[in-house]
Design a protein around this ligand. Structure first.
Ligand SMILES: Nc1ncnc2c1ncn2[C@@H]1O[C@H](COP(=O)(O)OP(=O)(O)OP(=O)(O)O)[C@@H](O)[C@H]1O
Length: 205
């Protein structure tokens, strides 16, 4: 596959527990665009995202992120945010402290926690322990963490889970701003978002 400025996946094969999920999968996600990975439960959407993030081994193939920047040679995982089904929040820490922790852990050069909370409309929850927040509020805190460190590739597994319609609109706004800055997104989705995406539909081989 011809290399593009963006994410390139070529000839990817992944197995879990000895069962092949997909083989020889190739696609490209140009900078400034989003890819929606769709398909039935258990088909391998999360596994694909985790493989791109470097969290799961691949049997064959290549995954590369080239953006024409100085850090092109850096590990992809250091240039990506991965948001899985779990929000990755520490229940006993406040919303603010969760974001501060994640910002430091990612050596973040993005928004400070107060601004990230404001961006997802949760300034009033700053001092709440994350464990006491509602499911949708937790998801919004997880989305706020994307803003605390500039990373070009967002790997989002069903990012709209637990979000009400206004929050889903907020998510789309965050994505649009990220893509407008030349970022990329690969998302596992069951229902399309109100956002222009290319669709990769995984099926049984
Ligand atoms: N830790 C694991 N060990 C072994 N097999 C696993 C593991 N996690 C998932 N699998 C298997 O890998 C397959 C793909 O799972 P995956 O979570 O990638 O699917 P998915 O398309 O994201 O599903 P869903 O829409 O339900 O979230 C499933 O058959 C699942 O049972």
């Amino acid at each position: 596959m011809r290399s593009v400025e963006g994410l390139t996946v070529s000839g990817l094969s992944v197995e879990r527990s000895g069962r092949r999920l997909f083989a020889n999968l190739s696609f490209a996600v140009p900078a400034g665009t989003a890819l929606a990975v769709m398909g039935e439960n258990g088909i391998g959407k999360s596994s694909l995202l985790r493989t791109i993030a470097g969290l799961l081994p691949k049997q064959q193939g290549e995954v590369g992120l080239r953006l024409g920047r100085d850090d092109d040679a850096a590990p992809l995982g250091e240039r990506a945010h991965y948001l899985g089904h779990s929000n990755g929040l520490k229940a006993g820490l406040t919303a603010f402290d969760n974001l501060e922790f994640q910002r430091r852990w990612a050596m973040g050069d993005g928004l400070p926690p107060a601004a990230a909370l404001a961006a997802v409309g949760l300034s009033h929850c700053a001092e709440f322990p994350a464990g006491l927040l509602s499911a949708g509020q937790k998801r919004r805190i997880a989305l706020a963490s994307l803003l605390t460190a500039h990373r070009p590739l967002w790997l989002l597994d069903e990012p709209a889970t637990a979000l009400d319609q206004p929050s889903e609109t907020l998510l789309v706004g965050l994505l649009e701003a990220h893509l407008a800055r030349g970022g990329l997104a690969v998302m596992a989705l069951h229902a399309p978002l109100a956002l222009a995406t290319t669709v990769l539909r995984l099926g049984r081989s």
